[in-house]
Design a protein around this ligand. Structure first.
Ligand SMILES: Nc1ncnc2c1ncn2[C@@H]1O[C@H](COP(=O)(O)OP(=O)(O)OP(=O)(O)O)[C@@H](O)[C@H]1O
Ligand SMILES: [Mg+2]
Length: 449
């Protein structure tokens, strides 16, 4: 994990330079230059993130960076320890060991210089092979494809949501006449988009809002595209000298504001990942007293808290009966589940823990398998390992959340991989392990091992 070790050093070194300069006496300049080089490495690591699985050269460079960064860490840690030992000695001990200490300082200075050179070589290779231009972040096309695949849920296939739907329809159509932002929050695959669609298409909502727009935001949104889509949906018959397609971002905001003023409108912004989206669009929506609403869905609670003072609506998982109903719809379509398979089936569905995405994917796979006790009994307790295809689809979708994590949290998350499935993880122990790995800090200092 080159990213984590470089992030660790980048956070550690400035603190060490600022607070413990005396410990680094004799090697500060080398450490400073090392810090500069590591910053460059870090930019490269950020930019190459999405491409590591595709390019062997990128993979190799990342491996080299990791090795050098580990060496840097070892050299500095050993040096700091050595200085601390020297300081603990009495006057006589200091004199006796002073030559040793001077040699250590000299050796460390040389070692760091060597590491600096190695980093420079790696950086030269990056330029030489033209890999600094690799794209970062998640692959936008793949995300869009995933999104499309899930978009076409038939209204009739939607299970549950009766209570959620009633609560949210009320918030959308009743109460406060001023503009309200309502949010649906929950993990990936929970059904936020499905519920929002159901609300958007419900008769009550349709008849309340003549001016409506639905936009899918995603991680790679372009603000002008979003505004244009919203504008064209709320004002399909807009006629003017300058048409929306010809407007820039500011004009779109201004004209949309003018158009919506005095109207009751509903805008759904599906799948928002950052608070900046709301900052970017808010000025396009007039705060009139007509009962207008903006509905947002997001995996991230902070997005909701940033956009609105209303408490977010946390979508719950499906209960056991709803999970079973959804599973049966996917596996048996219009038919009923044979009585002798129900107990086994319910056991299998339990491994989805009420997550609709997992149930839908699992159901889709089982629909094409033999529906017998013999086949199903082999699945109980082994759903993940037996259904590679199903778990891959779920992983792709949930990987978006991983891709969105700040880089310093990624190694912490990856750490969960060492625990077996369904294992109860003691939080204290986990935090201790994270600290021991050097993943966590207090202030500028590393939380010590
Ligand atoms: N209540 C439900 N009934 C039937 N199918 C559902 C239900 N909820 C979700 N699904 C199905 O589960 C899948 C995931 O749902 P959806 O896309 O709405 O999740 P989401 O919370 O919006 O996820 P993301 O955070 O990735 O956008 C979809 O394919 C949808 O068909
Ligand atoms: Mg969604």
């Amino acid at each position: 994990m080159a990213d984590s070790i470089v992030t660790v050093l980048l956070e550690y070194l400035p603190g060490l330079l600022a607070e413990e300069a005396h410990l680094l006496h004799g090697v500060e300049d080398q450490v400073k230059s090392l810090h500069r080089e590591l910053r460059l490495m870090n930019i490269f690591l950020q930019n190459s993130e999405g491409k590591r699985n595709e390019h062997d050269i990128v993979k190799e460079v990342v491996r080299q960076i990791r090795d050098v960064a580990h060496e840097v860490e070892d050299v500095i840690d050993t040096f700091v320890l050595n200085v601390a030992e020297q300081r603990k000695r009495n006057v006589l001990g200091k004199i006796v060991h002073s030559l040793n200490h001077a040699i250590t300082v000299h050796q460390v200075a040389k070692k760091i210089e060597g590491l600096n050179k190695e980093i420079n070589k790696i950086y030269d290779n990056i330029t030489k092979y033209g890999i600094e231009r690799t794209e970062a972040r998640v692959d936008a096309a793949a995300v869009e494809a995933l999104h499309k695949r899930r978009r076409d849920v038939e209204e009739d296939d939607v299970v549950g949501f009766a209570h959620d739907s009633a609560t949210l329809v009320k918030q959308l159509t009743e109460g406060n006449p001023s503009l309200d932002v309502i949010s649906i929050i929950g993990m990936g695959g929970l059904g936020k988009t499905t519920l929002a669609r159901k609300l958007y298409n419900s008769d009550k909502v349709k008849s309340r809002f003549r001016f409506r727009a639905w936009v899918y935001v995603s991680q790679d949104f372009q603000i002008r595209d979003l505004l244009l889509k919203i504008f064209k949906s709320v004002a399909p018959n807009y006629e003017n000298d300058v048409m929306p397609e010809e407007m820039n971002e500011d004009e779109l905001k201004k004209q949309m504001f003018v158009y919506l003023e005095g109207k009751r409108y509903l805008i759904v912004m599906d799948d928002i990942w950052g608070s900046e989206v709301w900052n970017d669009v808010r000025t396009a929506f007039p705060l009139n007293m007509r009962g207008s609403r903006i509905l947002i869905t997001s995996r991230i609670q902070e997005v909701a808290l940033h956009a609105s003072r209303n408490p977010p609506y946390f979508l719950p998982v499906l209960n056991k009966d709803e999970s079973w109903e959804l599973f049966c719809k996917k596996v048996f379509r219009a038919e009923n589940c044979p009585a002798d398979l129900e107990t086994l089936g319910r056991q299998i569905v339990e491994s989805c823990h009420g997550l609709p995405l997992a149930i839908v994917v699992l159901g889709g796979v089982l629909a094409n398998k033999e529906k017998t006790q013999r086949t199903w009994s082999r699945l109980v307790g082994h759903v993940n390992s037996c259904l590679t295809h199903a778990t891959t689809i779920c992983k792709d979708i949930l990987a978006l959340s991983y891709a969105h994590l700040p880089r310093r949290l990624k190694p912490c998350f990856m750490y969960f991989g060492m625990y077996p499935e369904d294992f109860e993880i003691p939080v204290r122990k986990l935090i201790e392990l994270w600290i021991a790995e050097g993943f966590m800090y207090t202030g500028s200092r590393r939380m010590e091992r």
